[in-house]
Design a protein. Structure first.
Length: 252
């Protein structure tokens, strides 16, 4: 397992796809949130300010991090999803699957190593996004981090992490489809179906919608511990199916 982890970590660390995704997520999300919040604070009557006010609840750090949760629930799923698609699909697209036989481990172990390094990367990125959000508070017009920030930060991190965990499920379409594009297609399909189910009023029970709905305190949608617990359950179940597939896949 250690050998597989070392190899997959080396691939992840040297990937331009991962590097670009990291920069875009860690710097792009806080910049977007700070810009929106600044517009709401400095120009509350402007068109953008009115739209931002409709997305937030409360004032100060609670409103700022609440807005960040909503953006993270979308941006992190897309960003982490692309990295997952690359990690699990590249062996087929780049025709390097056969080279995995050179490792003294099974293909199932290789897949587990892929899941482990991507999960660790996603957790670090989620934490980094929160750290930059806190640093960007003064630029957003909410001042220096205070007690309100400390109380709101754990939920913001939880939304980011739960969203990243859900993106790991894209490993299955990347594997079954043997490439990046099936996973990207799966990502778009998930987004579309999630929107439909939310419109039908059952979004709280859809794991892919739960983080976003949990973050939107202005909506009359009750997302409780049971609905949130479905997120890791879904991720573990799909990852288990992915590992089983890798264990039995035939190289052609």
């Amino acid at each position: 397992m250690n050998a597989a982890l070392e190899v997959e970590w080396l691939k992840l660390r040297r990937s331009r796809t991962v590097a670009v995704a990291t920069v875009v997520l860690v710097l792009g999300i806080p910049a977007l949130v700070a810009g929106f919040m600044r517009a709401a604070v400095a120009s509350p009557q402007s068109q953008l300010g009115v739209k931002v006010h409709a997305m937030v609840s409360g004032t100060g750090w609670a409103a700022y991090l609440g807005l960040a949760e909503q953006i993270c629930a979308v941006a992190l799923f897309l960003g982490v999803g692309i990295v997952v698609a690359w990690c699990f699909g590249r062996e087929f697209t780049d025709h390097t699957l056969v080279s995995l036989y050179a490792l003294p481990v099974s293909r199932g172990t290789v897949a587990a190593a892929k899941a482990a390094v991507v999960t660790a990367w996603a957790a670090v990125v989620s934490l980094a996004v929160l750290a930059v959000l806190l640093l960007a508070g003064p630029a957003a017009g909410v001042g220096l981090p205070d007690g309100d920030a400390a109380r709101a930060a754990p939920k913001a991190f939880a939304v980011a992490l739960l969203t990243a965990v859900l993106a790991l499920t894209l490993a299955l379409p990347a594997s079954l489809g043997r490439g990046y594009l099936p996973a990207i297609g799966g990502l778009l399909l998930v987004v579309l179906l999630t929107q439909i189910l939310v419109t039908l009023g059952i979004g709280a029970w859809v794991p892919y919608a739960a983080p976003a709905l949990w973050s939107q305190t202005t909506l009359p949608v009750d997302v409780g511990p049971v609905q949130l617990a479905l997120i890791p359950v879904t991720a573990v179940a799909v990852l288990w199916a992915t590992l089983r597939w890798w264990q039995t896949v035939e190289v052609t």
